[in-house]
Ligand binder design. Structure first.
Ligand SMILES: CC(C)(COP(=O)(O)OP(=O)(O)OC[C@H]1O[C@@H](n2cnc3c(N)ncnc32)[C@H](O)[C@@H]1OP(=O)(O)O)[C@@H](O)C(=O)NCCC(=O)NCCS
Length: 173
């Protein structure tokens, strides 16, 4: 599969905005946390670089890498990699958050993006990572279990009013 997961660079501006069109305005965070309507690409790149290096991180946030899935010249999804956990992420969110645009779903792309993001996590020096998902999100927990995710527990999330599964994936050993 010709899918490459990587950070955005200076040459990706048009691909980034093309990829954005796959998402409704209310789904924006499934594509980007950093870009807001009206923001320039350069401004967003700077935010991403700083977040990646842990510079000027807002309270409650942690160093973070946004990796995009490039398939045949298109951005079809993303994986958000949190370099460490805080209290919020331990409860819900974990180290990884992934999404694939609707028109590309159920073709194995999220599985491949997660596979590549596990390598990225290893290179960050992480030995195990937490991944969470809604109990009802079958594709998501199938992906986690594909990579031998061990279910820690299921907990009620009062904010989103749903049960979530919390898994750990071992990266070494
Ligand atoms: C979850 C999500 C990333 C999955 O992306 P995807 O590219 O469709 O996933 P894949 O094609 O790699 O499929 C993963 C598994 O789910 C299965 N699957 C996919 N769509 C499914 C569906 N609608 N119902 C049941 N199983 C499904 C696939 O068959 C595959 O299982 P397998 O390995 O046993 O064959 C995508 O649905 C999405 O972006 N959803 C919105 C954001 C989200 O919920 N992210 C997860 C947050 S934790």
């Amino acid at each position: 599969m010709n899918l490459v997961l990587r950070q955005l660079n200076q040459n990706d501006e048009s691909l980034f905005f093309e990829g954005l069109k796959e998402w409704q305005p209310n789904e924006l965070s499934w594509y980007t946390f950093s870009w807001k309507p009206g923001m320039s690409y350069q401004e967003m790149l700077l935010i991403l670089q700083n977040e990646n290096q842990g510079i000027g991180i807002a309270p409650g946030r942690v160093p973070h890498s946004m990796l995009y899935g490039f398939l045949d010249g298109k951005i079809i999804g993303r994986v958000s990699v949190r370099h460490e956990l805080n209290e919020y992420l331990r409860k819900r969110g974990g180290h990884l958050g992934y999404s694939v645009a609707k028109s590309y779903r159920n073709k194995g792309y999220a599985t491949e993006m997660v596979r590549q993001s596990l390598e990225y996590c290893k290179n960050l020096g992480l030995e195990s990572i937490m991944v969470t998902c809604a109990d009802e999100n079958i594709p998501s927990w199938k992906i986690i279990e594909r990579f031998n995710g061990q279910l820690q527990d299921k907990v009620w999330d009062d904010e989103d009013k749903e049960t979530i599964r919390r898994y750990w994936i071992e990266l070494v050993g």
